[in-house]
Design a protein around this ligand. Sequence first.
Ligand code: IMP
Length: 364
Amino acid sequence: MAADVVIGLQYGDEGKGKVVDYLARNYDYVVRFHGGNNAGHTLVVNNNRIAVHALPSGILHPQVCNVIANGCVIDLDQLAKEINQHGGPSAFTGRLFVSNAAHVILPSARIVDQETGGKIGTTGKGIGPTYAAKMNRTGLRFEDILNGSMSSVYSTDTIDTVRPFITNTVKLLQMAEKSGASILLEGAQGSLLDIDHGTYPYVTSSNCTVGGALTGTGLNHKSIRKVIGVMKAYTTRVGEGPFPTEQPNEIGDKIRQIGGEFGTTTGRNRRCGWLNLTELRNACAINGVDYLVVTKLDVLDTFEDISIEPAGVVKGWNTSTKGLRNKHKLPTNAVKYLNMATKSLNAELKYVSTSPEREDMIVL
Ligand code: IMP
């Protein structure tokens, strides 16, 4: 047992990137197991803001090996761009591995997604058409780059940037585990966007829930130690689909402004609303969550009353919690809120994030 899994419990954008970057110091490997550059993970260290879409969120830690596993779909141009933005291929030697069985997002898939994804409000990155081709057994995998069949689609520069990192990541991870390495499996999107367990058809096309961490890596259930569920202190959704606790009014506007709730990948306004315990309970049950992380608590600092559906209303705390790192300094009403938000979820609240900055985290 060496692998912990970070899972989003809502509609994505829970702040998993920050959580993974924060936790990565304790791990040897950080592994993306599903999705592609529909994701956008924002990492902030000493006021430097870095957004990654294709690379795992462990890249800022030099000792961490980053793996893009077989469950992922990858846009080669985007991956090459991010590798070059972060020091070029030589900066990743021995610490980036891309699965030979991951699927390549073809430029044509991107065009099809942009033409047809509007009803759902997809990110237009070609994710759905690429997974559809995978299921249809017509997809192209990274191993096809090694045998030269991608040269008419992607430039030589792009292919040469990515090629050195392609390997059998199933064997790599199994051997890492055998040798006692610790592994953090990084979920993207969120449980309510899961192709099986989300609000179908308004979902992404992969398994964002814990099962995806097994099929998406080749690790087996005995490898999984703890499941860490990440929930934002309120709810947001980008794209179409049901959102029972949405506040399409001045409350939602205020959350959006204070929380900076604009898409990392598409820049779209995120829809904003209150927490939904019914959905969170389901997400915790499906994922078997052990530990909870609540993010963006500080965004609620100036609200008079804060709702949690269907539990009730908590009085606001009217005190800044931004940047707080000490649990004893949490205002009483914030403690009440955290308690009401998490006590029925059958999991232990372990961390509260109080700003985008890496170290602004309360450990409980
Ligand atoms: P797709 O993943 O681009 O196919 O989009 C399907 C749905 O998932 C749309 O509603 C997107 O807005 C949503 N989605 C995909 N990736 C993310 C993410 O990282 N955060 C939030 N929503 C996402």
